[in-house]
Design a binder for this molecule. Structure first.
Ligand SMILES: [Zn+2]
Length: 114
């Protein structure tokens, strides 16, 4: 009886056909773990921004499983002029430049502000 009623419908085959040629965006499933033991599985496009938390049906905040912990941004120390200078010149080079200027200064060839 059951067999006869299903015969000829070929639902599977038809839906397979209709899916053919359809280019699905790549997806993955994100798992959220609720503190109350619930698991939420949500499909996301691979290029979608997956929220780190999702509100569970029980109202708790479920956490994205294996969520990449956002790395604390490396706080760059404020660069001083001296730091910038050292990025372009080595101390040895600066010493040379200083010596050169001092030599000119002592020789009276360097005027103030020149
Ligand atoms: Zn829950």
């Amino acid at each position: 009886m059951a067999d006869r009623s299903l015969r000829g419908m070929s639902i599977g085959a038809k839906s397979m056909e209709s899916d053919e040629g359809v280019d699905f965006a790549p997806r993955f499933q994100a798992y959220y773990d609720c503190p109350n033991g619930h698991t939420i599985i949500l499909p996301f496009a691979t290029d979608a921004e997956v929220p780190p938390v999702w509100e569970c049906r029980c109202g708790e905040e479920a956490l994205l499983r294996d969520a990449e912990q956002p790395e604390p941004k490396a706080v760059k120390p404020q660069r001083t002029h001296w730091d910038m200078l050292l990025e372009r010149r080595t101390v040895a080079e600066l010493q040379d430049l200083l010596d050169e200027r001092l030599e000119l200064l002592r020789a009276g060839k360097l005027r103030r502000g020149a």
